[in-house]
Ligand binder design. Structure first.
Ligand code: ZN
Ligand code: ZN
Ligand code: ZN
Length: 165
């Protein structure tokens, strides 16, 4: 149900986890996906994706703009950043965390899936999970209610094991 990366983050704490690897894997996946979809991972798009992957904590658009401005030495226009975010969202490379109004990198882009997260309210760690357990319940709910569910954004808030110590 949780990916190896997620289990690592939960078990050992992020300080011992090889995050450089996460970032480089994410960029390789993004390049491949763009190639497959005949899309271009422009410099801005790549920079935004890299910034989002700086941690396993979701980042807000303003924080992305500030960091970009620092590295570029000049302000980047907000529409440019929002367009890059929309591109990455459309391609499924990132997810939007509604409860935090922020973005996080997807750990397994390239296949359609709903966005399901465990979010720590103290350190903001956000772990994506595949909702196999919930799938049957949601299908039953859909049949029972006659409601055609088109989007599922499941955000479960709480305290991660590290923050409970
Ligand atoms: Zn990582
Ligand atoms: Zn995802
Ligand atoms: Zn935490």
């Amino acid at each position: 149900m949780l990916s190896n990366t997620n289990n690592e983050l939960l078990a050992k704490g992020s300080e011992r986890h090889d995050h450089e690897r996460c970032i480089s894997d994410a960029l390789i996946r993004a390049q491949k996906l763009c190639q497959d979809q005949k899309q271009r991972l422009t410099r801005t798009r790549e920079q935004v994706l890299r910034l989002i992957w700086q941690s396993h904590q979701p980042v807000g658009a303003y924080s992305i703009m500030d960091t970009l401005a620092e590295s570029e030495g000049k302000r980047v226009a907000p529409p440019t950043v929002y367009r890059a975010l929309d591109f990455l969202l459309d391609l499924g490379l990132i997810h939007r965390i509604n409860s935090l109004n922020a973005y996080i990198g997807c750990q397994s882009p390239g296949h359609q899936h709903h966005s399901c997260f465990l979010i720590c309210q103290q350190c903001q760690l956000a772990l994506e999970f595949e909702p196999e357990l919930l799938k049957n319940q949601i299908e039953a709910l859909q049949q029972h209610s006659g409601f055609a569910i088109s989007q599922q954004n499941i955000e479960l808030l709480g305290t991660c094991p590290q923050c409970q110590q």
